[in-house]
Design a protein around this ligand. Structure first.
Ligand SMILES: Nc1ncnc2c1ncn2[C@@H]1O[C@H](COP(=O)(O)OP(=O)(O)O)[C@@H](O)[C@H]1O
Ligand SMILES: [Mg+2]
Length: 389
């Protein structure tokens, strides 16, 4: 069944609005400009990474309903590049006839991890066991039975900021201190052998496209390295794609989604979470796939035919993260050494300030195989230096 509304074809220079002005919005805007579209951004930080490459930026808080309304009123279709925005405002705009993609109700289902997991579970999709948390006692009792747990904030968590591994009572005390006043859930700890993700797009007439499975390595909850293709069998890759297909069917909406999954020793797949937008683990598609995740989303929004998701060559992507030694304004040195080897592509987001573990850029490397690509990417990133300015 298709989502109730249809996507209209938008002829350039139709205007696309994006709530959020970070790196995802930046890379989306760059493709939109290439294709002749106009782009408006909403972000509280003036001259945001996306604002720098867009036609116009509205400088306002995401919670500023009047500003979101202004963005919608001035654009032909609205999307967002992160989840922590007010989905109710988006739903109101849709009721008034404005187009939001993915819809406000999709965002409502995804932005709260408990609601998201409930939806997936009810659809028969594989998720780790999870439980609502109303008190510390709830968690202590669960922990007694399970031995290990992951405590998560239901919303607001990203880049490792919203979860806590629990083994004993001391962990529970610490976690409750850290997450004071926040709405929490508990999840079974999955002993995965690999984290994988798959980008999935659904466009006009319900046509779907799936990208190759990516293999992701996190450090302190932040993505550090992505390798494509993942070191999995064809059977596991098919299973991952089927799960992604199930997610698209369950959401029954248009858009570009990333589905993060855990793969266990015995090749069981569990969905970790869904992002209703381009994803860090999909940056590689810019150089390594026929159609990047960003172009794919523009195609969805503009009602155009979806592009091929074929992988042109194996690749690896590493994030350039702030190291915490330098804080505030900075410059990036070492590009001339990092780029000495061939097929090393450096992306920098020109964020005003750096901080510990802040995503400042990434490097994608293409090679004959992923091991070579990873080795090259790690050599390249070692040459990149974040210096105080
Ligand atoms: N149930 C789990 N079992 C084991 N590891 C987990 C579990 N949930 C999360 N993690 C680890 O923590 C990381 C971040 O968790 P996630 O829920 O994806 O938060 P974020 O919103 O910060 O991306 C995951 O990529 C994974 O490495
Ligand atoms: Mg995640």
């Amino acid at each position: 069944m298709l989502a109730p509304r249809e996507l209209k074809v938008l002829n350039p220079p139709a205007r696309i609005g994006v709530v959020g002005g970070g790196q995802l919005g930046r890379m989306l805007a760059m493709v939109a400009k290439r294709m002749g579209y106009e782009i408006w951004i909403l972000d509280p930080a003036p001259n945001s990474p996306a604002g720098q490459v867009s036609d116009h930026q509205i400088v306002a808080q995401f919670s500023d309903a009047a500003a979101v309304r202004e963005l919608a009123a001035n654009t032909d279709i609205l999307t967002y590049e992160f989840e922590q925005i007010d989905a109710d405002i988006l739903c109101e705009l849709e009721e008034e006839g404005l187009v939001v993609c993915p819809s406000g109700s999709t965002l409502q289902k995804i932005k709260d991890k408990f609601i998201q997991k409930t939806l997936l579970k009810e659809a028969g999709l594989p998720v780790p066991d999870f439980w609502p948390v109303n008190s510390k006692e709830d968690v202590l009792n669960l922990l007694k039975n399970k031995g290990r747990l992951v405590l998560k904030t239901c919303s607001g968590g990203y880049d490792g900021k919203g979860y806590w591994f629990l083994k004993d009572q001391a962990d529970v005390e610490e976690a409750f201190q850290a997450f004071k006043g926040l709405h929490l859930m508990a999840e079974a700890h999955i002993d995965f052998k690999m984290e994988i993700s798959i980008l999935a797009a659904r466009g006009k007439n319900g046509v779907t496209r799936f990208y190759p499975v990516a293999e992701n390595q996190h450090q302190d909850g932040i993505l550090y390295l992505t390798r494509v293709p993942a070191r999995i069998s064809e059977t596991v890759a098919m299973k991952a794609k089927e799960v992604a297909q199930g997610v698209l069917e369950t959401l029954n909406d248009y858009g570009l989604y990333c589905i993060e999954m855990f793969l266990t020793q015995d090749d069981q797949i569990y969905i970790n979470e869904i992002a209703p937008r381009p994803h860090n683990s999909g940056h590689y598609t810019i150089e390594a796939c026929k159609t990047s995740q960003y172009e794919q989303l523009i195609r969805v929004l503009a009602g155009l035919p979806l592009g091929s998701t074929e992988l042109i060559t194996p690749c690896a992507m590493v994030n350039i993260l702030g190291d915490g030694k330098v804080q505030g304004t900075y410059e990036v040195a070492g590009l001339e050494e990092a780029m000495l080897e061939e097929d090393v592509f450096v992306h920098l987001y020109n964020k005003k300030n750096t901080d510990k573990r802040k995503k400042l850029g990434h490097i994608t490397v293409l090679a004959e195989d992923t091991d070579l690509a990873e080795a090259k990417a790690l050599r390249a990133i070692r040459k990149i230096k974040i210096k105080a300015k």
